[in-house]
Design a protein around this ligand. Sequence first.
Ligand SMILES: Nc1ncnc2c1ncn2[C@@H]1O[C@H](COP(=O)(O)OP(=O)(O)OP(=O)(O)O)[C@@H](O)[C@H]1O
Length: 261
Amino acid sequence: MTYIEVDGLTKRFGDTVALDDVSFEVPAGEFVIVLGVSGSGKSTLLRTLSGLLSPTEGEIRIDGDPMIEPRPDVAMIFQQHNIIGDMTAYSNSLSGGVHRAGFLSSVLQLQDTEEKHRALDALDMVGLLDEAEQKARSMSGGQQQRVGIARALVQRPEVLLADEPVASLDPGSAQSVMGYLRRASEDRDLTTFCSLHQVNIARKFGHRFIGLRDGEKVFDGYRDDLTIDIIDDLYGDIDTEGMFVRDEGDGEGATDEVATT
Ligand SMILES: Nc1ncnc2c1ncn2[C@@H]1O[C@H](COP(=O)(O)OP(=O)(O)OP(=O)(O)O)[C@@H](O)[C@H]1O
């Protein structure tokens, strides 16, 4: 299990300050949801955590080691499903091993039996074992995103980063995908960061929440601390009343509510 420290993280793009002196620590195994309006810096935070972007100032440490480049134990799931439509769910899942098996072996599907089992286990984890031979392009958006989760799991990560994984999905599929993500994260003891727009889904599945506004961290707390006032503060003038669903238990049971969309 992997512990993350973000220390004085600033990321500038020219004159734009996308992240402004952001610091926090996340113990191993936490499921963190990053909230904030469009442009608040969520993707930049996740991409910096993944090593795809380097900080302008500050540092990210993973188990004490400075993050200086992408590493195989940190897997990223993208907004767009980023899977290959012409390949089956199984082949897409198997391709998650590219970071460890090497590009050529992965393309030629020369991975060892263990890797192939891992790809099937990951599909099973996201409820798609029966669809393993189905071409990704013929699957629903929610199923494709679950293939994306499976592929990330085959990478054998310790840290899972999901940038708006349900942005393009209808509410039912979004809940289903989030359920699988949370279940996979718990099952494999992953430290997980997930950026989301939908506050009600965030509250249902999140454990800890980090709120960004204009690149600054303006909230960091657990479920009970994420009050309507905090949400109003994060989202400003937009109507947040409908986003705030009370009485959803403690979120621990959220993974029991996985739908089959
Ligand atoms: N590659 C880039 N070049 C220039 N500016 C960028 C780049 N990436 C992000 N930005 C800027 O940094 C700020 C934060 O963007 P970011 O994409 O992190 O926000 P976000 O909260 O993820 O938004 P969204 O919810 O719309 O995805 C924005 O002002 C954005 O325009």
